[in-house]
Design a protein around this ligand. Structure first.
Ligand SMILES: Nc1ncnc2c1ncn2[C@@H]1O[C@H](COP(=O)(O)OP(=O)(O)OP(=O)(O)O)[C@@H](O)[C@H]1O
Ligand SMILES: [Mg+2]
Length: 371
């Protein structure tokens, strides 16, 4: 069992309150990504889990075993937590070859030499660095060193892998390849992975769950597509998705069993039973969250479509981004494939009201989710 439970963890560096009453459960077999902007406490959380940092308050369990209990000043030492950590800056032994860097931990575990060779070569092949096995870390690029550190973690076959931005030094193509390898590895070994990144695409594509951080607190914990479809706050909506979501300001009135909302793209009525518990009553200012791929563009008037102007188009081959203007608002639409538009062209937009989120402007919380 490698379930990890963090309960009410507080971590201070001096007066800096870095983790604020953090509670998070990582189930056995999860690929849990800690996601958030720089400085929000992701690495600190990983260091608390690994035992490299002692929090001031809270408890932590790995499986059924208590590993932190701050009330009793109990912190199980890192070596006894049966986990494997790859740092943001990879710590390889400079005096050992790539091969020996990986074999070292296996030798300590008294695994048979021919078995060690198999495990090392398998990990090196997965990370596409078998050709460098006899080199020293100083003879490798940053990205190659990073892959050695990953190969070392993989070869250990630890039940729990903690990875801190392990792909940060790789070029775009290698990063996509490595994402695929990591995803397969997770599936094949059934390892529980806690993965830190500030790259939302990485989080979306690999994880079974994402924990989104903001300034040491959790904004939302959800499966990637749930997070994408229904971000709980404006910050979460803004952080997830590329190109980013459009925000349009509007007005809302909730009376009886209806929510009536208005913004530059129209007036929309929703059944109050579809709203979240955070939905206010009466009149309030709201923000519509509209994903660029949910806007359909037509070059002729169509039933139920609204008029807009093309501000600028950005054809990129596989997709075409179009900046649109309507009333006071400017927003982005994404069309698949090659589409031809001209600046100031009149177009018609079709937008399904069930496909946008509405937020309370004051609390920034989700009021009307996508169904
Ligand atoms: N050893 C330390 N001493 C003092 N402050 C620290 C220490 N380590 C981190 N901090 C502070 O704690 C906060 C959280 O840092 P952390 O490294 O967890 O951020 P992060 O989310 O991993 O960011 P990044 O994406 O930039 O790696 C930051 O404000 C940082 O300056
Ligand atoms: Mg970090």
């Amino acid at each position: 069992m490698s379930k990890i439970v963090l309960q009410n963890i507080d971590k201070f560096y001096g007066n800096n309150h870095v983790l604020k009453n953090l509670s998070l459960t990582i189930e056995d077999g999860d690929f849990m990504t800690l996601l958030g902007p720089s400085g929000c406490g992701k690495t600190t959380t990983l260091r608390v889990i690994s035992g490299l940092e002692k929090p001031q308050n809270g408890k932590m369990f790995i499986g059924d075993k208590e590993v932190i209990n701050c009330d009793e000043a109990y912190y199980l030492e890192p070596g006894k937590r049966e986990l494997n950590l790859v740092f943001q800056s990879y710590a390889l032994w400079p005096h050992m070859t790539v091969y020996d860097n990986i074999a070292f931990g296996l030798k300590i575990k008294k695994i048979k030499p021919d078995q060690i060779k198999k495990m090392v070569m398998n990990a090196l092949t997965k990370m596409k660095i078998a050709e460098f096995k006899d080199r020293y870390p100083s003879e490798l690029s940053g990205g190659q060193q990073q892959r050695v550190a990953m190969a070392r973690a993989i070869a250990s076959e630890a039940k729990l892998l903690l990875l801190d931005e392990p792909l940060s030094n790789l070029d775009a193509k290698l990063r996509i390849d490595m994402r695929a390898e990591l995803k397969r590895l997770h599936k094949e070994l059934g390892t529980t992975i806690v993965y830190v990144t500030h790259d939302q695409i990485e989080a979306m594509t690999m994880s079974t769950k994402i924990a989104l951080f903001k300034e040491g607190e959790l904004t939302q914990v959800a499966a990637p597509l749930d997070l994408y479809m229904n971000p709980a706050t404006l910050m979460a909506a803004d952080f997830i998705g590329n190109p980013r979501i459009n925000f349009l300001e509007g007005k809302a009135t909730r009376s009886g069993s209806q929510l009536i909302t208005t913004c530059s793209i129209g007036t929309f009525t929703f059944d109050a039973s579809t709203l979240t518990d955070d939905a206010p009553t009466g009149d309030f200012d709201c923000v519509f969250g509209l994903r660029p791929e949910q806007i359909g563009i037509f070059t002729e008037p169509t039933d139920g479509a609204i008029e807009a102007l093309v501000y600028a188009d950005q054809p990129a081959g596989s997709e075409t981004l179009v900046t649109l203007q309507r009333g006071p608002d400017e927003f982005l639409a994404k069309q698949i494939g090659i589409q031809q538009y001209t600046i100031n062209q009149k177009v018609w937009l079709r937008i399904d009201p069930n496909k946008f989120n509405i937020y309370d402007k004051k609390t920034e919380k989700l009021v009307k989710p996508v169904n």
